[in-house]
Design a protein around this ligand. Structure first.
Ligand code: FES
Ligand code: FES
Length: 165
């Protein structure tokens, strides 16, 4: 069987896969990272979004072999070693941006990429537009948008502080 070598949440992994194995299957079934969800078989829901080399990607649409050499971040890799939540996770919690939580890992990963790729800041309309690939059956999106708006302030503040160091 072919092998894939990739870095997942900072850890180097080499995994045997079949040619048709999807990245989400590698993460959930081979590495036990079940925080990444599968909510559809039509590439529409966004529950499976992870960061691939820093950019959000639907892991149900990528073959594991395509991730060879890549650096993957899943929701399990966001919190600091001491358990401190990533600002996006913290703001989702503070603003009650989840109900059942099924969409949340994919939503959080998409939102992180959205904020990181807009250092100039996002309006509420841009946040809503940026979430079009992520479906939530529960919340009506209002609190999700509020959480992302709050998190972007924290993330940009952190980036500026790091740049000044
Ligand atoms: S599982 Fe729905 S888009 Fe990937
Ligand atoms: S919180 Fe239930 S699907 Fe989004």
């Amino acid at each position: 069987m072919p092998q894939v070598s990739l870095t997942v949440n900072g850890k180097r992994e080499t995994v045997e896969v079949e040619g048709r194995t999807l990245l989400v299957e590698l993460l959930r079934e081979k590495l036990g990272l079940t925080g990444t969800h599968v909510g559809c078989d039509t590439s529409q829901c966004g529950a499976c979004v992870v960061l691939v080399d820093g950019q959000s990607a639907k892991s149900c649409t990528m073959l594991a072999l395509q991730a060879d050499g890549a650096s993957i971040t899943t929701v399990e890799g966001l919190a600091a070693a001491d358990g401190t939540l990533h600002p996006m996770q913290a703001m989702f919690r503070e603003h009650h941006a989840l109900q059942c939580g099924f969409c949340t890992p994919g939503m959080v990963m998409s939102a992180i990429d959205l904020v990181q790729s807009h250092p100039e800041g996002l309006t509420e309309a841009q946040i809503r537009h940026g979430l079009e690939g992520n479906l939530c059956r529960c919340t009506g999106y209002h609190n999700i948008v509020k959480a992302i708006a709050a998190a972007q302030k924290l993330m940009h503040h952190q980036q500026q502080a790091q740049a000044a160091e």
